[in-house]
Design a protein around this ligand. Sequence first.
Ligand SMILES: Nc1nc2c(ncn2[C@@H]2O[C@H](COP(=O)(O)OP(=O)(O)OP(=O)(O)O)[C@@H](O)[C@H]2O)c(=O)[nH]1
Ligand SMILES: [Mg+2]
Length: 387
Amino acid sequence: MAALLSPSLMTPARRFVLAILVIVLCLHFMLSLFLNDYHPIPPAINSITNSLSLVHEKNSTLDYHSSHNIFLNSTTTRANATFVLLCRNTDINGVVSSIQSVEDRFNKNYNYPWVLLNEEPFTDEFKERVNIMTRSPVSFGLIPKEHWFQPDWIDEGRARAGREKMMSQGIIYGGSVPYRNMCRFNSGFFFHHELLQPYRYYWRVEPDVKFFCDIPYDPFTYMQEHDKIYSFTIALVEWEATIPTFWKTVKEFMKEYPQYVDSHNAKDFLTDNGDNYNLCHFWSNFEIADMDFWRGEAYQTFFNYLDSKGGFYYERWGDAPVHSIAAALFARRDQIHFFRDIGYRHESLQHCPSGDIWKDGRCSCDPNDTFDYHINSCLGRYERLFT
Ligand SMILES: Nc1nc2c(ncn2[C@@H]2O[C@H](COP(=O)(O)OP(=O)(O)OP(=O)(O)O)[C@@H](O)[C@H]2O)c(=O)[nH]1
Ligand SMILES: [Mg+2]
């Protein structure tokens, strides 16, 4: 530089280049002093460098799974997985709030896609409000009529009598046909939707749910690497009046198809004396699970058997006991997983971790406010399967 500036070497051309350089430098200095949003590097180049550093960061991160004291290199191997959210256009505020919670605590670092499903077309306004919440791809799907509405072979007179009886018992959603459509769809059809065909694992999200803690590893790859097929955060007892003939039907199924019942099953989670149903189930508004299990022969035969009895409409069979009983009977007990480190709330129950998990996860919930060992919780029963 000193040689360049030496007067003997200062030709007019060099003086011109030097003057331009000084002007550019002064301009840059003044702009960065006075303009807050001044970017010397164009944003497009910035975003390329950012994503390069993100890739680098992701590949070099070893994730700590605190509830199991293990390290997982989960970001280098991504799972074939997606979020699934069933909702109506009117659910938009709750949908946006749930997506924000998932993105902030987990998915902003992983960018798993979202699939939203509805039996009516989503409006443009709905789509716009969802799209701005995430950098991940979002697909909006319409549910085929035959996967949603009450089938013609259901005896509507009998179904109406069932609804009226439940209304008189004060059962929540007891008189609702849409609620029954939803339970049947979540039990037997969502994983057949064309938008879900490319995927194996899903994470179910509902409007207005909250994730309390950072999730600094990939639960999908955790499921895959540990051969899990179903996972939960809250386990509880079902309202018996919604499923009066359900367990009887399950027992008939087991008698007719004993080949589907796994020899290392979790039946002890469901029954106290080997015969009764204790009403325990996993709360299915949160699920991370393997759709290949639902698509497999055992579950398909089970769902068709249940459906043929009409209990989704004559009673009010929920997808939670249906999924839970299938996972507990047709899989090995060690293929079900409790995500102790995922702090989660769906009104009006929550699971809040405690101790180091709570601290490391920067959980925003009160660790004393957790359903885990409440009188109506079935977590203790689940844990006893492994002791
Ligand atoms: N598209 C659509 N989605 C529905 C309908 N009914 C329920 N859902 C969705 O199905 C899921 C379960 O329904 P919820 O109403 O939350 O049922 P719940 O969790 O048993 O009861 P809540 O205590 O009301 O949350 C949610 O994701 C809802 O958005 C419906 O008629 N159409
Ligand atoms: Mg709900």
